[in-house]
Write a new protein. Structure first.
Length: 417
């Protein structure tokens, strides 16, 4: 098990990429809670605070593909660094506006601006791994590790905010989000491998990346999987309330993430022989089986076991998704492609949260978990549309003329990416 991860981290530059990207992405797990608490404390309204958090997330989903395209066009350093600074300024402006008594509309607008400026570090890492790790097996292990790190961010971020709130106030938590994002991003782009030369693409058309049929086909299952995750995320606190233990909400969510981390580490440690596309479909179906016990859970002990089980396939599914995208897109547009994956997932989680809340209201505590199972099964069926070649890998017959790749010279000094 350790050997495969050692092969990833022993690759020159990889360990530093993962470490600095973890710091730069930590605010992704902090910002929602910090903004929620800040806006709530200054407006007295959870409704306005919820709108601000939703606007922040949706702006991130909408802005990520544009930032990803700019990264592919102008380089990582020229986009990620300025984006992190501008986002930090937007968060600072949000704190100042809240302190000055600005209305809810202004706070929502500033939260949206901060979301749109979130630097797409995660997509940049996934694109970079394709360059650093030419061996497909080692690269898939790296994608599994990347998925585990993402779960670690979602677990650690709210804890950091809670600690800051305990000793200070929400304003400091929001400012800290901006400061950590800037510091982590600058550390990330200072790495020689991040600055190193990559392929550049001269793109034609409004959305050339979406002209790739295999990527478009993947976005459907990714959105549906996100919808299922959003429903579960709402269902677990509802289960805790139903069992009469509100504090257990955090424990249920934490064990759900732990399950994902365990599954991701196990998945990345194995050498898989089944075709990637087939594996992806089977993992989605396995997600249905792992989530189903939550439908019957009524007590906290039952919920804890079921939540841990429900998380086992999350990181492996993400790893498959990243590998499928990496194999489906040509060089020079990888970052934008991975941002579309993030946008589809965020959109799905937002929709799932809304539908999950409605399901609890209309169908009881089991309803969001039943919804998640049904949606994951639909995602597996949608994934059946993916065409595969003779080796069982995603077909590479996308409309490549939409992306005219102008390669950088093979020899030469690294540019300022």
């Amino acid at each position: 098990m350790v050997d495969r991860y050692r092969a990833v981290l022993a690759t020159p530059g990889c360990a530093r990429v993962f470490a600095t990207a973890l710091i730069g992405r930590l605010p992704q797990g902090m910002t929602s809670l910090a903004i929620l608490l800040l806006v709530r404390s200054h407006t007295g309204s959870y409704a306005v605070a919820g709108v601000a958090v939703g606007a922040n997330a949706l702006a991130t989903a909408a802005g990520a593909p544009l930032l990803g395209r700019l990264v592919d066009r102008f380089g990582r350093r020229r986009v990620l660094g300025p984006s992190s600074v501008l986002q930090g300024l937007a968060l600072a402006a949000l704190v100042l506006a809240a302190g000055a008594g600005a209305g809810g509309a202004a706070l929502v607008a500033l939260a949206m601006l901060a979301g749109a400026l979130m630097p797409p570090i995660a997509p940049a890492v996934r694109a970079l791994l394709r360059d650093l790790l030419p061996d497909p097996g080692v690269r898939e292990t790296a994608y599994a590790l990347e998925s585990v790190i993402q779960e670690l961010i979602w677990m650690t971020g709210p804890l950091v905010v809670a600690i800051v709130i305990a000793v200070a106030d929400p304003a400091l938590a929001v400012v800290l989000c901006g400061a950590v994002c800037i510091a982590g991003t600058l550390l990330f782009i200072s790495s020689p491998v991040v600055r190193g030369r990559g392929s550049r693409a001269t793109v034609r058309g409004a959305s050339p990346v979406l002209a790739i049929a295999e990527l478009r086909t993947l976005l459907g299952p990714i959105f549906l999987n996100g919808l299922a995750l959003g429903a579960i995320e709402v269902g677990l606190p509802a289960l805790a309330l139903h069992a009469g233990s509100r504090p257990s909400s955090g424990l249920l969510l934490a064990l759900w993430s732990v399950g994902s981390m365990v599954g991701g580490l196990w998945y990345g440690a194995r050498a898989w022989h089944a075709p990637l596309a087939t594996r992806y479909r089977l993992l989605l179906l396995a997600g249905v089986l792992c989530t189903a016990p939550l439908i019957a859970a009524r007590t906290i002990p039952e919920g804890l076991i079921a939540a841990l089980l429900a998380g086992l396939t999350i990181a492996p599914v993400f790893s498959c998704q990243y590998t499928l995208v990496g194999r489906a897109v040509p060089e020079g547009v990888e970052t934008e492609a991975f941002t579309w994956v993030s946008s589809a997932l965020i959109g799905g989680v937002a929709a799932g949260s809304a539908l999950g809340g409605l399901a609890v209201s209309e169908g009881g505590v089991s309803a969001p978990f039943a919804l998640a199972c049904a949606v994951m099964a639909l995602a597996a069926l949608t994934a059946m549309r993916m065409r595969v070649d003779a080796d069982g890998q995603p077909a590479m017959t996308a409309a490549r003329p939409a992306v005219g790749a102008t390669r950088a010279p093979a020899a030469g000094l690294p540019d300022d990416r």
